[in-house]
Design a binder for this molecule. Structure first.
Ligand code: ADP
Ligand code: MG
Length: 288
């Protein structure tokens, strides 16, 4: 199974949202990481055929997805960035409705609905109106609808947006649990959403793919570019050396983590530390 973007471009009037993207995806979890406006949602909508490319193609197993539209959509699940739920529907009605839209057999819809309600812990709410559900439950329902047709390709656009850390963790675990043999593309600007579950991270900046590597390779590439220093003087004094990644307290001491401009020039008393994915994000997206 191979999903490919070939020279994919999308402009909205003067705005270039995606600029000649070339990506190849085989089964695995791919974290699409970039700040707001990077083009993440645009890429996802192109894959889901909700919008048309200005140039280039999306290919599935070597064929233009537009040539096999309904066959491709049968194999796709999509969780949009903004709610696609109907507040007046009950949870169960909504999943049955999505099943009908996807052209599934009634028997399959009933069976899958039960299974997904159980797995997403929504069984007790199946007769409740969606408007009475908490934010976390609504996100889980959006996730469930994307999985209804047991898709091989799963497109998740900021699935954890607005959730507290515990709910984010729960959804992240659910995604990992369902990832077997699927191509999962997960857009986020929150590093912790993907650092433990993504097999590859795609860094998208102003419509361009600037990196595509496993998390360990991305952090490895920054070795000897990040240092830590016990520092209690004005932070301004560190400015010539690099950019501050974070400041933390350890017992009584304040530590500053710095992404260096030049690995050969460290502030006095600083020592190198192993880079994290947070550092990677700041290294590439600091100016945004
Ligand atoms: P992301 O999901 O990474 O935040 P988007 O794909 O939503 O990024 O947006 C990429 C760029 O395209 C942004 O500059 C955004 O303002 C622009 N854009 C997105 N959708 C539209 C639209 N329907 N009309 C005009 N500009 C758009
Ligand atoms: Mg978006």
């Amino acid at each position: 199974m191979l999903l490919e973007m070939k020279n994919l471009c999308k402009s909205y009037g003067e705005t270039i949202a995606l600029d000649r993207l070339n990506i190849q995806l085989t089964p695995g979890i791919y974290g699409l990481l970039g700040p707001n406006g990077a083009g993440k949602s645009t890429l996802m909508k192109l894959i889901c055929m909700l919008i048309q490319p200005t140039d280039g193609f999306v290919l599935f197993d070597g064929e233009d997805i537009r040539m096999h539209r309904s066959n491709f959509l049968d194999r796709l699940g999509y969780m949009p960035q903004h709610s696609c739920l109907y507040p007046d529907f009950t949870v169960q009605e909504y999943l049955y409705y999505v099943g009908a839209l996807k052209g599934m057999h009634k028997k399959d819809v009933t069976f899958r609905t039960e299974e997904l309600l159980l797995r997403t812990r929504l069984m007790d709410m199946k007769k409740d109106k969606i408007q009475t559900l908490s934010g976390g439950m609504q996100q889980r329902l959006m996730f469930a609808q994307a999985l209804l047709n047991d898709p091989e390709i799963l497109i998740l656009d900021e699935p954890t947006a607005g959730l507290d850390p515990q709910k984010r963790l729960e959804l992240r675990n659910l995604i990992a649990e369902y990832s077997k043999d699927k191509i999962i593309l997960l857009a986020t600007h929150i590093v912790s959403d993907i650092e433990l579950i993504a097999s590859q991270i795609l860094l998208l900046k102003k419509g361009k793919l600037i990196k595509a590597d496993p998390p360990g390779a991305l952090t490895g590439q920054l070795t000897s570019k990040v240092c830590e220093i016990n520092f209690s003087r004005p932070l301004k004094e560190l400015e010539p050396y690099g950019r501050i990644s974070s400041i933390y307290r350890r017992k009584e001491d304040i530590f500053v983590r710095l992404i260096l401009n030049d690995p050969a020039i460290l502030p006095p008393q600083a020592s190198f530390v192993y880079p994290t994915l947070e550092d990677v994000y700041l290294y590439y997206f600091n100016d945004e």
